[in-house]
Design a protein around this ligand. Structure first.
Ligand code: HEC
Length: 447
């Protein structure tokens, strides 16, 4: 992917840090979104399938409402699912196109699958609206048998469409997240992963051990979001009957509870397998914070289950968002540590480019007057003796020959009896020339 290198700007270490901060921000939006998207679609499909089989209206209704909660609306899907991913790809190109270009390939594939997945999922969401319509006219009978059978036919094909688009949408999103996890994991392990094929990388323990916690977070955060939307947001949903809300409550609390049980284990595994060069005090600090918050969430959920209330709904929701944010920060810090050498290299390239832009090649912008005032004037004046002789007295013998004067300034020799030798002022040729030109011009005022 040579063309990528053309997109890469010279980066100073400060810019690189800034890009990592940007990634932290982007992933703190992207990961919660894909979490509830994937988790929500999965459970929506599950409940829809069960609801249709058992002819259970609660399940069918819940299935439709989950999708509406997790997909928010189309523009949110584009902003949170597509634009965030696209931005992170651009940042990755800046940071890793030279050292881990294949990581960027993974992210590209992830983006593509994400777009297709989102289209399918919005189709699914839409088709569920039609299902409601067909449900409403299910018992509609007319004399015209042809119309009746046509309606039945449409109903069947809509059910098929929704199931098919839902399932394939979920599969696309699922693989997209997997690819994403691989893409962001690779630069940390660039040495051991280079030259392996896609499947080997996807199935490697390194990638799997990071993919599983993402799936667990997806389930936990889906549960917490459903709790939050049904029982906290806007005072909670009131229009539904109690047994339905009871079912939603039990399901959401249990889903969250079960999903975060083994999450700490994966955070610890991550610490163990992270290469030493990626560890730093702050990586440990953020891991500990995430762990502490998981235990806090666990405690809140336990109390809610024991007391059969929903007092800590908001706490659980916010705690889980923070768990995601701290894990993202930890990952970025270890990624930044892993690429420290690369940062130094890029810093050197940056310095080189800046020098080309400002110095060499173009005429140096050195003012002879400044050099005279800062260096020479401590020993010289034009019209009277200081440490060295006055220019009025010594310069005329150069007869305006700049080069000859430059030669003297670069290598002073003893010329004037009664004076100590002039120490070498240590100027570069261009600087000597500038100051020589200046004093030759200036001395004319004293003739
Ligand atoms: C530390 C004091 C000191 C500084 C700084 C110094 N000079 Fe001198 N300079 C001298 C002395 C002493 C002499 C007399 C040396 C001799 O000719 O024996 C001298 C001599 C000269 C002469 C006379 C040379 C000749 O052929 O007669 C020139 C021209 C001159 N300096 C230019 C400069 C310029 C330009 C600078 C600044 C870049 C500078 N000097 C900085 C002490 C200094």
């Amino acid at each position: 992917m040579d063309f990528l290198n053309k997109l890469v700007l010279p980066l100073s270490p400060q810019h690189i840090l800034l890009l990592h901060y940007m990634l932290m921000l982007i992933f703190s939006l992207f990961i919660p979104f894909i979490s509830i998207l994937s988790g929500g679609i999965f459970f929506s499909l599950y409940f829809r399938n069960r609801g249709l089989k058992e002819n259970n209206h609660h399940l069918i209704k819940f299935s439709k409402e989950i999708v509406e909660v997790v997909t928010i609306n189309k523009s949110m899907g584009i902003v949170l699912g597509v634009l965030t991913l696209l931005t992170s790809i651009l940042v990755f190109i800046q940071l890793y196109s030279a050292s881990a270009a294949y990581a960027i390939t993974f992210l590209f594939i992830s983006l593509l699958l994400m777009i297709i997945g989102l289209v399918l999922i919005y189709t699914y969401r839409h088709s569920l609206k039609f299902s409601d319509l067909f449900e409403a006219i299910k018992d509609f009978h007319t004399q015209d048998k042809a119309v009746e059978s046509e309606i039945q036919e449409l109903r069947r094909s809509n059910t098929n469409l929704s199931m098919r688009s839902g399932v394939s949408g979920f599969i696309f999103i699922f693989i997209s997240i997997w690819m994403f996890v691989a893409g962001v994991t690779l630069p940390t392990y660039s040495d051991s992963m280079a030259n392996k094929n896609i499947l080997t990388i996807l199935l490697s323990w390194l990638v799997i051990s990071r993919f599983i916690p993402v799936l667990l977070i997806a389930c936990a955060f889906t549960g917490a979001t459903l709790l939050f939307i049904y029982f906290y947001w806007d005072g909670g949903k009131k229009d539904d009957d109690a047994s339905y809300l009871g079912f939603v409550k039990n399901f959401s609390i249990r889903l969250t509870f079960v999903s975060i049980i083994i999450l700490p284990l994966f955070l610890l595994i991550d610490l163990v397998i992270l290469p030493n060069n990626t560890l730093s005090a702050s990586v440990f600090v953020y891991t500990s914070l995430a762990l502490a918050l998981i235990f806090a969430a666990y405690h809140y959920l336990y109390v809610m289950i024991r007391n059969q209330n929903l007092k800590y709904t908001l706490h659980v929701f916010i705690t889980l968002i923070l768990v995601i944010v701290f894990s993202v920060v930890k990952d970025q810090l270890s990624l930044a540590n892993a690429s420290e050498l690369r940062t130094v290299e890029m810093g050197a390239q940056y310095a080189e480019v800046m020098q080309k832009l400002t110095g060499e090649g173009a005429a140096p912008k050195i003012s002879g007057e400044d050099i005279y005032k800062n260096i020479c004037s401590s020993c010289h004046s034009f019209d009277h003796k200081v440490v060295g002789p006055p220019y009025k007295q010594t310069l005329p013998k150069y007869k305006g020959d700049v080069d000859k004067l430059v030669a003297f300034i670069l290598h002073p020799t003893q010329n004037n009896p009664g004076y100590p030798p002039m120490p070498n002022p240590g100027l570069k040729p261009a600087e000597a020339k500038a100051v020589a030109t200046y004093i030759l011009k200036e001395v004319k005022k004293y003739e």
